[in-house]
Ligand binder design. Structure first.
Ligand SMILES: Cc1cc2nc3c(=O)[nH]c(=O)nc-3n(C[C@H](O)[C@H](O)[C@H](O)COP(=O)(O)OP(=O)(O)OC[C@H]3O[C@@H](n4cnc5c(N)ncnc54)[C@H](O)[C@@H]3O)c2cc1C
Length: 126
């Protein structure tokens, strides 16, 4: 969905990629968007158009995560759910341990995967 002319103009770059990969697409006017998804009627005044990908699909994120977990466990990964990372300790430029509400953890390698929380959390480390 596009909400202004600037977004509508910027779609050309995306379309070039879609064409390059042979992905089917359809540019849609606001009227066509509403025909495709009548629920948009209520916000039609906020829209300028849309891009429809008829072959797009939605996966089952929950099932995907569950099965990834089982697969990782089978490879020896140990998960600690409901665990809050509270602090990261370092010596010089090296991370030495992670402090959680379930105790401290030491590892050879640390991966930060806190999504949008990552930046704020890591800011203190410079
Ligand atoms: C409304 C919405 C719709 C979206 N729709 C799509 C879509 O249709 N398709 C698509 O591909 N992407 C979509 N995205 C983007 C997608 O959700 C993210 O890109 C993806 O989830 C990022 O994964 P991640 O593992 O990096 O971070 P996240 O999924 O954000 O995971 C970070 C995790 O870190 C945990 N965490 C944070 N701080 C701490 C802490 N101190 N201690 C312990 N744990 C902590 C959080 O609880 C969270 O579970 C959407 C995002 C939003 C917000």
């Amino acid at each position: 969905m596009f909400r202004n002319q600037k977004q509508l103009d910027a779609v050309e770059k995306d379309i070039a990629l879609l064409e390059q990969s042979g992905t089917r697409y359809q540019r849609m006017s606001v009227e066509e968007c509403i025909k495709q998804e009548p629920g948009l009627m209520a916000v039609s005044h906020k829209l300028t158009g849309g891009l429809y990908l008829p072959d797009d699909e939605t996966g089952d994120c929950y099932l995907f995560c569950q099965q990834m977990t089982e697969l990782a466990k089978a490879h020896g990964v140990e998960f600690m759910f409901d665990t809050q990372v509270q602090d990261v300790k370092r010596e010089g430029t090296r991370i030495t341990r992670v402090v959680t509400d379930k105790g401290e953890l030491e590892a050879d390698v640390y991966v930060v995967a806190m999504g949008s929380y990552s930046t704020k959390f890591m800011a203190g480390l410079g």
